[in-house]
Design a protein around this ligand. Structure first.
Ligand code: FES
Length: 99
């Protein structure tokens, strides 16, 4: 078994997030306990994975500078730079504010 310190990692809003081979960005974020990474324009409701199959577009992130990528269908890669819709606000603050 590989522990998380030896697994490849992407960065999410500047923090390392380890992943397993075959995981998507969304899967890696969820496995790291991050369930929300953007908010709705109206109401500011937290959003993350919903359908998990690339249909609903609730899971949008910026990946290596490409905006509006679906986290649920984007393969995780080592060194990938993933940003939430509001990368300067820690996820914990957004969840507390919205939740
Ligand atoms: S969770 Fe629905 S498109 Fe990604």
């Amino acid at each position: 078994m590989t522990d998380s310190s030896t697994r490849p990692a992407l960065t999410f809003d500047g923090s390392p997030v380890p992943f397993r081979d075959g995981q998507t960005v969304g899967g890696a974020l969820m496995a790291a306990g991050i369930s929300s990474w953007r908010t709705t324009r109206r109401g500011g409701a937290p959003r993350g994975l919903f359908c998990g199959i690339g249909v609903c577009y609730d899971c949008l992130v910026t990946v290596d500078g490409d905006h509006a990528q679906r986290a649920c269908v984007t393969p995780a890669r080592a060194g990938q730079v993933v940003e939430s819709a509001d990368p300067h606000t820690p996820v914990s603050e957004r969840v507390r504010r919205d939740g």
